[in-house]
Ligand binder design. Structure first.
Ligand code: TXA
Ligand code: MG
Length: 352
């Protein structure tokens, strides 16, 4: 049996950041806050340390990790030359929620890149993340600090719920502000390609770069697919049914679905914008309001905590609707779609 590691949770002050850096430098695992979600980090240049991440998360080895740096001048430590456009992007988006897929430098173990000749890199904006990476003195490989397939953590408590006994330390820096993961942009091909929508919007990237292709989920039409992004992900334990369509159609669909399921004796959980709550006033449903539909940034910040909270109360099913695809709403739609067992557009009857 795998031995339990006593996991310590410490407030992210200077002394505990220093202690965490020492653990990283010695090949251990530390979870830390970033502006997107909490990550679980290891020394990216130490193959044994990197392997421990996969064990702790139960993550398949073919899903590559993001390497986190404290500053742009460290980029040559992990890449082998990179396109000039990186400097332009870095000037606007780093530190911040943008991950770039670049040619792998020889110092980066294949365990990090899952055997690929590319490496994903980002400079996080969170002061604790940056101080930790700088103090460790090494690039830090860090996926989101959840068990594989679970919702990403936006608080230290979420990290502990998934990884207690599997990592040495959690630095508690309070709730993550953005709440969804970084944007992953592949710069290794002829056209910059969005592999995962996130904190930096597609609109911003197109303003900065001109043409940006959209990859990620577009597998059936031959689009580029980020490794590890095809399967159901961010999944709640209880089946989630999602409506993506005009507001009024989805609201009507949600009401009908809730009534039908309740009539069949099922307990219904709802993940909906604030303005939808009144529509269910006469029904005994369990609601996690996400925030105003007009404020997708607020919804992104609450999304994972709401999903975890609802899931923990064990409804028989969860119904949700998205809030469009402008700016960060594209990332919300992406995560809800990955979490969903079924997706509807509101035009059909309720079938699942
Ligand atoms: O916001 C974030 O990005 C958080 C925080 C902790 O930084 N990290 C995060 O890591 O979300 P993770 O491992 O959960 O997601 C990393 C994504 C995966 O979808 C992976 O497939 C993709 O980045 N990725 C990593 N290396 C890649 C590569 N060489 N080529 C293409 N995609 C890559
Ligand atoms: Mg993840």
């Amino acid at each position: 049996m795998r031995p339990m590691i006593p996991t310590r949770t410490l407030p992210a002050d200077a002394a505990s950041i220093q202690e965490a850096a020492t653990i990283l430098a010695a090949g251990g695992l530390v979870a830390f806050p970033t502006e997107t979600v909490y990550g679980v980090g290891a020394d990216a240049l130490n193959p044994d340390a990197v392997a421990r991440i996969f064990t702790a998360k139960g993550r398949p080895a073919e899903d590559p990790l993001i390497v986190h740096l404290a500053q742009l001048s460290d980029l040559p430590r992990v890449t082998k030359g990179y396109p000039a456009v990186v400097d332009h992007l870095a000037a606007h988006c780093w530190p911040g929620p943008l991950t770039l897929v670049l040619p792998r430098g020889p110092a980066v173990p294949y365990g990090v890149t899952a055997g690929r000749e590319t490496v994903a890199v980002r400079i996080p904006a969170h002061p604790v993340a940056r101080a930790l990476i700088a103090a460790a003195g090494t690039p830090v490989a860090a996926p989101s600090a959840n068990r594989f397939g679970h919702t990403s953590p936006t608080s230290a408590a979420h990290v502990l719920a998934d990884l207690h006994g599997r990592i040495a330390m959690v630095l508690d820096g309070g709730p993550a502000t953005l709440g969804v993961e970084s944007t992953v942009l592949d710069l290794s091909g002829p056209i910059p390609t969005l592999l995962r929508p996130g904190g930096v919007s597609l609109e911003t990237l197109r303003d900065l770069l001109g043409e940006v292709a959209v990859g990620g989920r577009a597998a059936p039409t031959g689009g580029q697919v980020a490794p590890g992004l095809l399967d159901r992900h961010y999944a709640p334990d209880n089946a989630l049914h999602l409506c993506i369509g005009p507001d009024t159609a989805c609201q009507a669909w949600l009401q009908q679905a809730a009534r039908t399921q309740m009539a069949a004796g099922r307990r219904v959980g709802l993940l909906i914008p604030d303005e939808d709550v009144a529509l269910f006033a006469d029904l005994a449903v369990d609601i996690e309001p996400l925030g105003p539909a007009s404020d997708p940034l607020a919804i992104a910040a609450r999304l994972y905590a709401a999903l975890r909270a609802l899931d923990a109360r064990q409804p028989d099913l969860i119904l949700a609707r998205d809030v469009g695809e402008a700016g960060i709403a594209r990332a919300i739609r992406d995560r809800l779609t990955r979490a969903a067992a079924t997706v509807h557009d509101g035009s059909e009857g309720v079938v699942f």
